[in-house]
Ligand binder design. Structure first.
Ligand code: PMP
Length: 361
């Protein structure tokens, strides 16, 4: 049988592993930080009608500039943004890939701060951008001094932050982003995939965009917005950034059906986001429940919890799977990550953890 190594693949891709979240279908799936609540049925019906209308002209290419969608996304974000500040693609993974295609690539580097979202380094590899692994402070924090120190030492072309950070849940101070911006001539990206789960009284990185043309804030409809299967990620930045991305995107990269679905969903933003408060409450239940069982959950501004104090993460991960529950083993020693689910899913997880913890002592 032919193996990957037999193919004339790029030398810099040899030996790499693809994105590897196990994709099992089990009764309780708390492994990839989705919103586990289905979207409201009346909203689904509205989305279907929009898609159906669009199908009648699907013989034609879609709006290459996805203008209506950019208007909807700008309206959703507020913060004085207009369509000129907005860009979108098939998931924020593709947005990040386009950023690296335009601003990274061979001979260039991107600084990130592991443990962080695994796709950041994988997309770096795929685009031939050298990945520089910075280090975090205590408690997975990144102080302004730490960020500036790493930038001064490594002189990256791009800096990737993730706030709240996947997989730790840590929120990043705006002072760190501002200090990093001032310390580099390169692009600063803040991946805010989980922004809607952060405390609503705290400002997000959108508030820093004014006057910072090299800052990019990336978002997604996959998480709080309960739209992961539709694949829609986006960013807010200076209009010049979107002009750069037009150089690398494929023409018509967002299908007419995706555009129609996303515009219709955004028209129902309050209903789509209705479960966010409940999810945050389930996240806090997980933190309390795991603490009571003797584990060490980290504070989380997101819809997932990273918890330490696990003697044998692989054993626990496998026993949960036997009980029909999948969470995430990220190979952080002594740790596992679990997404907040519905009330019933969260209860199933906590009940199983209680039994397994009793079993393992
Ligand atoms: N950024 C972060 C931090 C994520 O956790 C994820 C998904 N797990 C993404 C981006 C990508 O999401 P999507 O491509 O579905 O928008």
């Amino acid at each position: 049988m032919t193996s990957l190594d037999d193919l004339p693949i790029r030398d810099d891709l040899r030996g790499l592993s693809p994105y590897g979240a196990p994709h099992l279908h089990l009764p309780v799936e708390l492994n990839v930080n989705e919103n586990t609540h289905p979207i409201p049925e009346d909203v689904a019906r509205d989305i279907i009608e929009s898609i159906a209308r669009e199908l009648l002209t699907v013989n034609r290419y879609p709006d290459r500039e996805f203008t209506a969608l950019r208007d909807s996304l700008a309206g959703y974000l507020g913060a004085g943004l207009t369509r000129d500040n907005i860009w979108a693609a098939n998931g924020s993974n593709e947005v990040l890939q386009q950023i690296l295609m335009a601003f990274g690539g061979p001979g260039r580097s991107v600084l990130g701060f592991p443990p962080t979202y695994s796709m950041h380094s994988i997309i770096a590899a795929a685009t031939g951008t050298r990945w520089i692994a910075g280090e975090r402070d205590e408690g997975f924090e990144i102080s302004p001094e730490t960020a500036v120190d790493w930038i001064e030492r490594t002189n990256p072309d791009i800096v990737f932050f993730c706030s709240p950070n996947n997989p730790t849940g840590t929120a990043l101070g705006l002072d760190t982003i501002a200090a990093a911006y001032d310390a580099t001539d390169g692009i600063v990206v803040v991946d805010e995939a989980y922004a809607e789960f952060t405390p609503s009284d705290e400002p997000d990185a959108l508030s820093l965009l004014e006057g910072r043309p090299r800052l990019i804030v990336s978002r997604t409809m996959s998480k709080a917005f309960a739209f992961a299967g539709a694949r829609l990620g986006y960013l807010a930045a200076d209009p010049a950034v979107t002009d750069a991305l037009r150089l690398v995107r494929l023409p018509y990269h967002l299908s007419a059906l995706t555009q129609a679905a996303a515009v219709a969903a955004l028209a129902h933003a309050p209903e789509m986001l209705a479960m966010v408060d409940d999810i945050k409450a389930q996240r806090d239940r997980i933190i309390e429940g795991l603490s009571a069982l003797g584990y060490s959950p980290w504070p989380s501004a997101s819809n997932f919890v990273l918890f330490g104090g696990v003697d044998d993460p692989e054993w626990l991960f496998d026993r949960l799977i036997e009980r029909g529950i999948i969470i995430r083993n990220l190979s952080i020693p002594g740790h596992l990550r679990v997404s907040a689910g519905t009330q019933a899913e969260t209860t199933a997880f906590l009940d199983a953890m209680r039994e397994l913890t009793a079993e393992s002592v």
